[in-house]
Every structure is written in structure tokens, then in C-alpha cells.
Design a protein around this ligand. Sequence first.
Ligand code: ZN
Ligand code: ZN
Length: 328
Amino acid sequence: MQANAHQTGRAHCDGAPVHYERHRPEQTTLYRLVQQHAASFIAHTEASTGSELPGFIKDEFDAFLECGILAHGFLRLRCGDCGHDKLLAFSCKRRGFCPSCGARRMSQTAAHLVEHVIPHVPVRQWVLSLPIPLRLLLAAQPELVTPVLQVVQRVVTRHLLDTASLRAGVGHGGAVTLIQRFGSAANLNIHLHCLVLDGVYRSGADGRPRLHLIRFHGVLAPNAKLRSLVVPQGSPKDEQAPGVAASGIQCEAQTAQGGPARISWARLLKRVFDIDLQRCPNCGAGELKIIAAILERAVIEKILAHLGLDPQPPPKGRVREAGLHFAA
Ligand SMILES: [Zn+2]
Ligand SMILES: [Zn+2]
């Protein structure tokens, strides 16, 4: 999307028009921090521990530094009505610390849970934080998260059954757990956010090597008998944006953990902020369609230079002298 893109036809409550500006990751504090210190951090860590950091950690830094940078390639969109051009940078789609891709995954997951999983009943969030030794143990042995979760679910369900004066087997609880691996200071802090149905369903009444970070329990579990009776029946058409533009913009979309279908980033922005990225910001009427994916260095430079944008990607930092002394 173009840097000065703005949306027409929508106003904030104070009457001012709502603008959408292209995300410029290279100007954020986090980007500059990673850009300047990642190489030194990796060198120091490897020198002080005497072993190489796993490849996926280094890849995470590299991918983050390329995420959303036009100079690393982009999609070119054009308005069918007025011919206005718009550029859409590729994203890293990583699960680590990239705020842009994290926000996208969060919106996707929320949309899926609201429309296809969580019934229209009161839901309470239970947060389970763990003693530090237990956090370290679960980080080293992620398979232990499951038995810990089972204990938590058993205790919470027991509490809800007692409140409803029902015994197990008659009343059925339901919950979705989102496993968080980091605290707010990006420190290692495995903790659990459990969205628990604040009651129980009564049966017969009317009737990888990756760690999965979202777990479904009770009536919300994938194989639960009551699941199809309680989850919302979301409209399937909401999951797929129509048209060529949508299918292209989906290049940037993420599939949520546990989500059966992906929702385009354009639709997620429309859903969360009521900003229509498929509508032409120039004429306000035409629909933007993808006309090309620009990946070749020479073409990228030519187009960006023509538009007055920086054709070179931001430089990556180098290991600094101080770090070498520290490492020694
Ligand atoms: Zn990213
Ligand atoms: Zn237009």
C-alpha cells in the first residue's frame, strides 16, 4: 500500500477523516534495536555459551528485518477505475516477536474464535501464572504443558460443576487456552490464558514438532459430541474475500492456530478498524487488483526510485568492537 494512502468515505467521531498509512517498520524503535544489536547479541551469546544459537532464532531476526520493507519485494495493485498504483510489501509471517505479523495472527485467531468456536454465553478469562522454576521446566520440556493444562481444566471445571450443583458426566465445561511463552518484557514466561465458558452444558437437556499454542477443552474440543450444538455457525463467506485482489492480499495473511481457513489481511483490517484496503484510496470507488508480484532486485529498484521511495533495504547492523572484547 502506498505510503500516503488514505481512505475516503469514513470519518472519526470527531468528524476528522480516518487515514490509513502504510506501516513503516524501519522507523520503529524495535526495528532499530534489532537492526543495531542483533548481530552483536548473537555473537556475544555464542561466544559466552560456546555453542551456536539455533538457526531458527537467527532466521527470526533476519526475517523480521525484511518484514514489510518494500525494497525486499512487493505486490503491485492497480485501481480498475482510475489506474492508481499501490504497493504492498511482503511480510515475514513469523511466530516470534514481529508485532505486525503477531497482530495479524491475533486478529485472525479472534475472528475464528468469535465466529466459529465460542458460543454466545458468558466467558471468563482465567490466567495461570507459574513459579519461575516451573516456567523453565515447561520451556525445556513443552510436552509437560499438556498435563499441567489438564489439571487446570479439571480444577476449573470442578468449580463450575459445583456452582451448578451438577456432577461430572452430567455437566460439561468448555474452554480455549492460549499458551503465552513470553512476558511483557519479552522475558521467558510461559503462562496460560484460559477462556472458560462461565458455566456448564448439561448433556441430554435439550437436546508437530511444534507446540500447539491454542488448546480446546470440554465441549469446545475438536471431537466433543456437543461441539456442533454449541459453537456459532459463522458464515463461510466471511472466511474468503472475493476477487483477485483478495486472493493476492491473502499472501500476507496467516492461518490461525486451530483455524480452518485463512482470512485476508485486508478483511481483517476492515473487520477491526473498518478500513477498506481493497477500495482505491485515490478515487474512492474502484477496486484494487493485483497486477504483479515484484521480486527481482532490478525491477524493485526501478519502481521504488521512480516513486521517490528508498530502493535500498535498511542496512543490517554488524558485530561491534565492544562485543568482540566481551566475547573474549
Ligand atoms: Zn513480520
Ligand atoms: Zn481509483
